[in-house]
Design a protein around this ligand. Structure first.
Ligand code: CUA
Length: 239
């Protein structure tokens, strides 16, 4: 029968799409948390979408050419059921999203406030200065400063202290799941632990004038020994 074959095809399509959407290995703990949330929501959304669409297809097919339509009757039990089911789904989405938002890598400011700023005392600290139009990265302890090139140690907690000299900018490193607005005369905080050595792109994600689209930088994640060697090199060059 035609309908059954359509249903079968829809199911195959849904399974194929869910396989496509399965995330590859994440490049940071932030990214891992965000990818996991996306996957969780997808696994709830997919059967729901399928259920709604199949119900629609069924209704169109079943009630086509209906010469004797009757008005819909009240069904309180059914209405309570779908309202409660919708509520449960919204609570699930809200709680899952909140858990990721509260993650100290995603929203470090909250964890910092609750511990008087001591929470990340063992992190590598990097001062990030955004300006029209570029980026400057300073490694406080080492007295090292780089431009348009952010070098990070892999598997280390890193705290960014973010400042701007002029207007609002936003640091955005998609592959590491880092994104934070930077407001004038405030020091913002972002945090990550990169897990995959490699090169990534850093963008400004806040419209900040004519040079906004060129306000990019390269992020280089190095394993610990390569990072130490790089730092030694920079210190020697500076000193
Ligand atoms: Cu800075 Cu856009």
């Amino acid at each position: 029968m035609g309908l059954r074959r359509h249903v079968f095809r829809l199911c195959l399509l849904a399974i194929g799409l869910s396989l496509l959407a399965a995330p590859a290995a994440a490049q940071s703990v932030n990214r891992a948390a965000i990818d996991e949330l996306n996957a969780q929501l997808l696994y709830v959304a997919l059967p729901l979408t399928l259920f709604v669409e199949l119900t629609l297809v069924y209704a169109i097919y079943r009630f086509r050419d209906n010469d004797d339509p009757r008005p819909t009757v009240d069904d309180p039990a059914l209405e309570i059921t779908w309202t409660a089911a919708t509520g449960a789904i919204l609570v699930f989405v809200g709680v899952s999203a909140f858990v990721v938002m509260a993650n100290p890598y995603i929203t470090p400011a909250a964890a910092q406030a609750s511990t008087d700023g001591d929470a990340f005392a063992n992190d590598t600290e990097i001062d990030v200065l955004a300006y029209q139009w570029g980026w400057e990265f300073s490694y406080g302890e080492a007295n090292v400063t780089t431009e348009e090139r952010l070098v990070l140690p892999a598997d280390e907690n890193v705290t960014f202290r973010l400042r701007t000299t002029d207007v609002i900018h936003a640091i955005y490193i998609p592959q590491l799941g880092v994104k934070q607005d930077i407001f004038p005369s405030q020091t913002m905080t972002a945090r990550t632990r990169a897990t995959e050595p490699g090169e990534y792109r850093l963008y400004c994600a806040e419209m900040c004038g004519a040079g906004h689209s060129k306000m990019n930088a390269t992020v280089v994640v190095k394993n610990q020994s390569a990072y130490d060697a790089w730092m030694e090199n920079q210190t020697a060059a500076a000193g």
